[in-house]
Design a binder for this molecule. Sequence first.
Ligand code: UT7
Length: 329
Amino acid sequence: MGATITAVGHYAPEKKLTNKDFEKMVDTNDEWISTRTGIKERRILSKEKGTSYMAVRAAKAALAQRNISAEELDLIIVATVTPDRFVPGTAPYVQGELGANNCWGYDINGGCSGFICAVATATQFIESGKYKKVMVIGADKMSAIVDYEDRNTCILFGDAAGAVLLEPSNGDGFGVDDFMLHMDGIGQEYLYIKAGGSRLPASHETVDQRLHYLYQDGKPVFKFAVSGMTDVAKRLLDKHDLTVKDLKLLIPHQANMRIIDAVASRLGLEPDQVMINIHSYGNTTAATIPMAMSEAYQQGRLKKGDRAMMVAFGAGFIWGGILFQWAFD
Ligand code: UT7
């Protein structure tokens, strides 16, 4: 039995943080940010709200599109690096607020690849016949872990959530074809939060030294991201005797416009084969791919039977791709 995406939804907070706003906060300018990253603005969730607030709204949008109630869900998987709290996970908050009273769930921390890790996991539950309705959410409130005094990273990130519903495919052959996921612990030194976990618990000193914020050494991450995503996309296509001409849309993780351009050009994709919305949201970590997928669907760029691929790269390093056929108009 195959698994297929039957609904998609997203939520982005209203408040915008523009490149001009950053000019007042750190030593940067619109020109540098635009040309180096492609980002123009990001969305910021209000301080007192947690990631689950956005996750619930994205999931509600997907449920409304499929016209089913939350009580029909069997499982909720939340991909996030910014849980509401360390304990419990974010999934129980989402379950409670949705009123999804017949399911269980858990969080996945796969960094920027968290959403595709979660879709791969959900696919197994559907293919095994164990569950019929799995809500997969990618959600991150990056503004909670970004150091707004570090110009190298603060301009990159934003807050948002996206969600897809996975169900058994109806026999038309559409759905998830395959996935490939990889990990290389070499990445741990390039993208991490030093303090606040069990290795270095939070203390006055760690907070004074700003070690509870996200640190990134961007250049190596950039290089690994381009080669990792290109390689996995090529191998997924080869394995299924497909070429880039068979792809209606590539939905890449939105970390940097130059990374997306480099991957697209190495693969030989035309501009209309690549979904891009980084200019409006920045890098929303686990949310970028479902956000982009949801907007692509709304814009009529995903139609029934279209072959598409998601590719992601992020902390760990963890990276991978999912090849699929869109199942509904
Ligand atoms: O989503 C998870 C995975 N993450 C990624 O894929 C992100 C990968 N990395 C990147 O996207 C890029 O490396 C960045 C956007 C983070 C940085 O771009 P870059 O072209 O690699 O710039 P750089 O770090 O080499 O910095 C170039 C210069 C430096 O100045 P010097 O040393 O040449 O004088 C930086 O200090 O740009 C400077 N700089 C800035 N200038 C103005 C760094 N940040 C800024 C800034 N505004 N915000």
